[in-house]
Design a protein around this ligand. Sequence first.
Ligand SMILES: C[S@@+](CC[C@H](N)C(=O)[O-])C[C@H]1O[C@@H](n2cnc3c(N)ncnc32)[C@H](O)[C@@H]1O
Length: 188
Amino acid sequence: MEIENRDHILSVIKWLSLINVVPTRAAILYTEFVTKWEKEEQLLDSELEEMVSSGLISRSNETYSLTAEGRRLSQQNVARAFGAWMITCEHSAAYRELCKQVYGGNRCQFNAVTQAQLEKLLTVLNLSECQSILDMGCGTGALTEYFADHINGHVTGIDFSSEAVKFAQERTLENKIAFHSKLWTLMR
Ligand SMILES: C[S@@+](CC[C@H](N)C(=O)[O-])C[C@H]1O[C@@H](n2cnc3c(N)ncnc32)[C@H](O)[C@@H]1O
């Protein structure tokens, strides 16, 4: 089995579950992310079989779901992909320029927050000295750092991408921010 196929199937099953579509073989086959399977149905079947026997997914009534190990691997893939994207953006002069021009300030945004919105957020939050901020999904931490520079309280960033967290820690050695590599599980 190609690792790439396996990772692809894991993310499709996870994604279908998130949008409340039952991950049957047909749903997996016709999901836009896996159009390549339309030509290779048999390959999909053999990949699914192998993933069932290696304990990454389980099948019940023609419906597939991730096992604990499948979930772990899928999260690891997403974290790795996020880390790689964000670190690439951090190193890109073009992306920094885009953030400046589109959002009015470069925070290496991996969202669409503008500088004006950030300033408004700080005004609305009006944090006192004893209050802290927890940035869940801080990525490489540029926004976390912005908050740390503008409030008196303690700032913590967590992210399940250990690469992004390491990047954030190295960039902010002198700063009053704690970055941790952690998974949050408020959502499914
Ligand atoms: C869209 S990016 C936002 C990054 C940064 N906060 C920003 O606004 O530029 C989402 C971040 O959340 C992290 N993330 C997503 N799900 C997570 C989870 N369950 N636990 C920890 N981090 C998670 C990703 O690794 C990624 O860095």
